[in-house]
Design a protein around this ligand. Structure first.
Ligand code: ADP
Ligand code: MG
Length: 738
């Protein structure tokens, strides 16, 4: 008898165990049983031999009349041929063997009847089945058995060149017979949600009696995935409350009050609410773990700054981690601007309780870097802003009280933890902000250990963004009109972005601004999703040169991309922000967070090469001020093509939640979940985050209830084992990646 954690050799012979390990990296009974069929076949209708067609999958009931065996001509091994008849026609069964096939010859005795199933082909004018499945019936009337056999559902497994689907099926059959398992989902929960038992489900997915059985099994096994994951997340949430943190309550007369008084606008209701929740959590003696998500332009940064100031008022420091240098530099500039005299700590003209803001990036000069490191370590800087450079070992804080992560998609959980570990004692509070809105179930799964605040509205007075698709292939003159529009905007004193998918100074494979790791949500799409025009994607450097001497001659152009030296990048962004550049030709480095209110138009070249959420994020850079925004999606994709439909969807709605759903529907789950769950041993095999929304919600509630009552899962050994397996798999993935 075997459990899911038992090694396979407990049930299977040594040879098969080795094969499963080398071909599919399977070690345990659970590994094998969680390798689900990717489709099912029926043996095929019970068919007369006379009416067979090449290519059909069929089962025939027939009598063996002759068996012959001969050596193969060019290789070692034998060919065994059996001739069968059903009274209407004749058929050859062919078996190829590496050695002699005496055992088979002994089985296939002339005179016996049997069921033979396989795919029909013709060889030298004769109908044959190569390597058919068969079941011998003996003699007599077997009509009922024959019909059953023909309609049986055959699982087809993901196989490799080393191991066939058939061999996997055979191993599964052996293992299922020996299975003796406890159910990780408690009885009461199964009853409440109408779930079948685990053993039944495993039979139902590998050897379904009928379609209903298979469906019940799939549903139950999806529950397993959701429930185990949500149990882990509930335990993490609970463990987090056990950490202590230094409380940073609001202080009367502090920097936060002074900042609020300086704000040139009213907070939106959503900002007020999220701000109040965060303010309360910072005052508690255990760490905040909060995800702030919201529409592009909904004003997340202000909330972060207010949280950071509350912590500084409480004697602590705050770190703000940004995904790119452009964004870190912009945050640094805009936050120092907004703070004015409040950020001049130690300098002339400073406010009384003023602090300092420090910037730390990888490409900074040595002197600036030394200064920032010192400000962070001494505690002189209340706010430290930076990129990945913040994670380095030399970076130390006097008293780190809050970690803010902007645009979370690009940082993994490990990076989050690296930064948190820099707090002296206890844990710092954590605020994570997403770049774009994400569907609830994704948030519940990917950020399931965080509490959530959502901003759904934009600040009042925001101008709408009009988006149009420009079909450059069908209507070339539209493109001329695009450049005229930009000239008109510039004439009105407004500024524009022109975004291209490629930089243009490197080999094609390495010529984008890939801001994200392999699990990121951005970057250009693969060729199969983009329209294939046969030419390389439009490049910043090429287009800028063309525009400068052609349609945009006379305007002030500048280029921006990830391979510019950092101070050049800075200089360009500053010039654009200051209004001394009319048109910025750029890669997606402007995608996240860049905020220049006077920019009103954006042209996206080869727009079909970008993802839906990415386009939405990009166009969020315009229409941030008083003037209406315009976004033009230039594409050569044909009308009706899938990539064109995606662009139409972006043009049709400004609802980021809707677009992110659409985006996710077109990606594999792994891309959504991030590296930890995307690997070969992915823990989500059946669950799809978008379609299984209510199931995930139910599983989350049940898991929370169970963990509240029994945090260590002492009364649930089977569930505890499933959790262990999940965590081990996660760790293995992480190690593999590192
Ligand atoms: P995102 O949520 O996309 O990060 P930002 O925080 O960059 O958005 O805010 C976008 C712009 O809106 C900024 O220029 C910011 O100063 C401004 N803003 C934020 N809150 C408000 C508000 N309540 N009223 C008016 N403007 C606001
Ligand atoms: Mg932002």
């Amino acid at each position: 008898m075997a459990t899911l954690e038992d090694p396979l050799y407990v049930v299977l012979d040594g040879k098969r165990t080795k094969l499963l390990l080398s071909a599919l990296e399977m070690r345990t009974v659970g590994d094998l049983l969680r390798h689900y069929p990717w489709r099912y076949e029926r043996r095929g209708e019970l068919t007369d031999i006379e009416s067979l067609h090449d290519g059909d999958h069929v089962t025939v009931q027939a009598e063996i009349v002759k068996v012959t065996s001969r050596p193969m001509r060019n290789r070692r091994g034998t060919i065994l041929e059996a001739t069968v008849i059903d009274g209407r026609g004749e058929l050859t069964l062919t078996f190829f063997g590496k050695g002699r096939q005496d055992w088979r010859e002994a089985q296939l005795k002339p005179g016996l009847r049997g069921l033979f199933s396989g795919q029909v082909s013709t060889f030298r004018g004769k109908r044959q089945l190569a390597h058919p499945d068969y079941e011998l019936l003996g003699t007599g009337d077997n009509t009922a058995r024959a019909a059953d056999y023909a309609s049986e559902i055959i699982p087809i497994y993901p196989a490799t060149s080393k191991i066939s689907s058939w061999q996997i099926a055979e191993s599964v059959r052996t293992v299922l017979e020996a299975l003796d398992i406890e159910d990780p989902i408690p009885r009461a929960i199964r009853d409440r949600h109408g779930l079948c038992g685990l053993a039944d489900a495993l039979h139902g997915i590998h050897q379904p009696a009928d379609d209903g059985h298979r469906r019940r099994a799939t549903h139950r096994l999806k529950w397993d995935e959701a429930f185990t994951l949500q149990t882990v997340l509930a335990q993490r949430r609970l463990a987090a409350t056990a950490y202590s943190a230094t409380p940073r309550p609001r202080v009367a007369g502090g920097l936060l009050e002074a900042y609020d008084a300086r704000l040139p606008f009213e907070l939106t209701v959503g900002q007020e609410l999220a701000g109040a929740t965060i303010g309360d959590e910072l005052a508690a003696d255990h760490p905040m773990h909060r995800l702030l998500q919201g529409e592009v332009g909904s004003g997340k940064t202000v909330i972060a700054v207010r949280a950071m100031l509350q912590v500084v008022d409480g004697g602590g420091q705050a770190a703000l981690l940004a995904p790119t240098e452009v964004l870190a530099a912009q945050h640094y500039r805009s936050i120092t601007d907004q703070l004015g005299p409040l950020a001049l700590g130690g300098q002339l003209g400073a406010a009384e309780n003023a602090t300092r803001v420090a910037l730390l990036t990888g490409s900074q000069g040595a002197a600036a870097r030394r200064g920032s490191l010192l400000d962070a370590a001494s505690g002189r800087a209340g706010i430290v802003i930076g990129t990945h450079a913040l994670l380095e070992e030399q970076v130390q804080f006097a008293d780190l009280g809050l970690v803010v992560i902007d645009e979370q998609h690009r940082f993994g959980v490990e990076q989050r933890d690296t930064l948190r570990a820099k707090a002296a004692d206890g844990r710092p509070h954590l605020l994570v902000m997403t770049a774009t809105p994400i569907p609830r179930t994704v948030a519940m799964t990917v950020f399931g250990d965080l509490e959530m605040s959502t901003l759904t509205e934009l600040p009042a007075g925001r101008s709408p963004i009009a988006t149009h698709v420009v079909p450059a292939a069908e209507k070339p003159h539209y493109l001329e009109r695009v450049w005229e529009r930009l000239t008109e905007e510039a004439a009105r004193g407004r500024q524009c972005y022109v975004v291209c998918p490629r930089i243009g100074d490197g080999p094609r494979s390495d010529d984008t601004d890939q801001l994200y790791g392999p699990a990121g949500d951005g970057g250009s799409l693969d060729g199969d999703q983009a329209s294939d025009t046969g030419r390389p994607p439009i490049a910043v450097l090429d287009l800028a040169a063309e525009l400068e001497t052609g349609p945009l001659a006379g305007l002030r152009l500048a280029v921006l991309h990830g391979r510019l030296p950092p101070d050049e990048k800075d200089r360009v962004m500053l010039a654009f922000a200051a209004g001394s550049v009319d048109v910025l030709v750029t890669t997606t480095v402007v995608e996240v967070g860049v905020d220049v209110p006077n920019a009103t138009a954006m042209v996206i070249m080869d727009a079909d090469r970008f993802g839906v959420s990415q386009l939405h994020q990009l166009r969020g850079r315009v229409g941030r001020g008083r003037h209406e925004g315009l976004c033009l999606l230039v594409t050569e994709a044909e009308a009706g093509a899938k990539s064109r439909q995606r662009l139409d969807a972006v043009a049709d709605t400004l609802d980021g939640f809707r677009l992110s759903r659409l985006d996710l529907e077109q990606r594999r789950e792994g891309d959504v979940l991030g590296a930890a769950q995307a690997g070969r041993r992915s823990s989500l095999k059946l669950l799809t985050l978008l379609q299984d929304e209510s199931l995930i919600g139910d599983a989350r509630k049940e898991a929370q209830r169970l963990v509240d009552a029994d945090p260590a899962l002492a009364g649930q050994p089977a569930l505890a084992a499933a959790v262990r397996v999940l965590l081990e798999r996660e760790r293995a993935e992480y190690l593999e990646k590192a």
